[in-house]
Design a protein around this ligand. Structure first.
Ligand SMILES: [Zn+2]
Length: 254
């Protein structure tokens, strides 16, 4: 029988923060909240984007591969001090991020909306409460999108250009329609998942991102995790060495 030492217990608790009893990730943007694996980040509704911005698919997983730039995109929630440190670190490296803000987070920390925009970053909609939007009834799912959009509009004057579904890498056909009706011309998915929300440690985050990132990539990352803050300088330094600029999603896809 395994003896649970204090250290071991801490590890178990840490793992428990990211895993349900069934072993499913529950805190990441791409977690589906079911026992099945997350679907691939492409669906019949999201063919590969072409190089022409006018021919972007509705659900965007990455930008043009010929572009020497990437978009680092963040789940916007969690400790505001960590969020500010991430933004400041990015700015010190000349990088611009994309923050998909959870509406309830904006309610708690409304000043961060302007802080993000003032740093030259993109700010978008990541639903009001970050629950499994693809599993919701139409009226509830619509409310999740419009409630966050209303907060963005009130705080910044704009609903933002980008919508990312909560707890799923891509939007269901229903959620895609609701996002379009709410005023979002695209759903923003991603082609590189940093898995930072599993708290693997900064070196593992850096390795995962740098092993998969390429020109045009959209990388999924999260505010709220110290490992992510610690990983960002090494990620940005290596992107710079490879000649890849970290730009907003708007710039990547323009
Ligand atoms: Zn998320």
């Amino acid at each position: 029988m395994v003896q649970v030492t204090p250290t071991h217990r801490r590890d178990l608790l840490r793992a428990g923060a990211a895993l349900t009893a069934g072993g499913t990730f529950v805190t990441g943007c791409g977690a589906t909240g079911t026992a099945t694996a997350a679907p691939p980040a492409t669906t019949p509704m999201s063919p590969s984007p072409s190089a022409s911005p006018n021919r972007l698919p509705f659900q965007v997983t990455h930008g043009p591969r010929a572009v020497a730039a990437v978009a680092l995109t963040f789940h916007g929630q969690g400790d505001p001090a960590l969020a500010t440190r991430l933004l400041t670190t990015a700015e010190q490296h000349g990088a611009h991020l994309t923050v998909l803000a959870v509406g309830s987070w904006l309610d708690a920390y409304p000043a961060l909306a302007r802080r993000i925009l003032d740093g030259g970053h993109d700010l978008g909609n990541h639903t009001q409460r970050h629950i499994s939007i693809n599993a919701m009834a139409e009226a509830d799912a619509r409310k999740e999108i419009t409630a966050c959009a209303e907060r963005l509009k009130r705080l910044t004057g704009s609903i933002g250009s980008w919508f990312r579904p909560s707890r799923a890498p891509t939007a269901s056909p229903l959620v895609a329609r609701l996002a379009a009706e709410a005023g979002y011309p695209h759903v923003l998915s991603y082609d590189v998942d940093s898995l930072d929300y599993t708290r693997p440690g900064a070196p593992a985050i850096t390795r995962k991102v740098l092993a998969e990132v390429t020109g045009g990539s959209v990388v999924s990352m999260h505010f709220g995790y110290p490992d992510t803050v610690a990983a960002l300088p090494a990620v940005l330094q290596e992107l710079h060495r490879r000649g890849l600029r970290a730009v907003t999603t708007t710039e990547l896809l323009s």
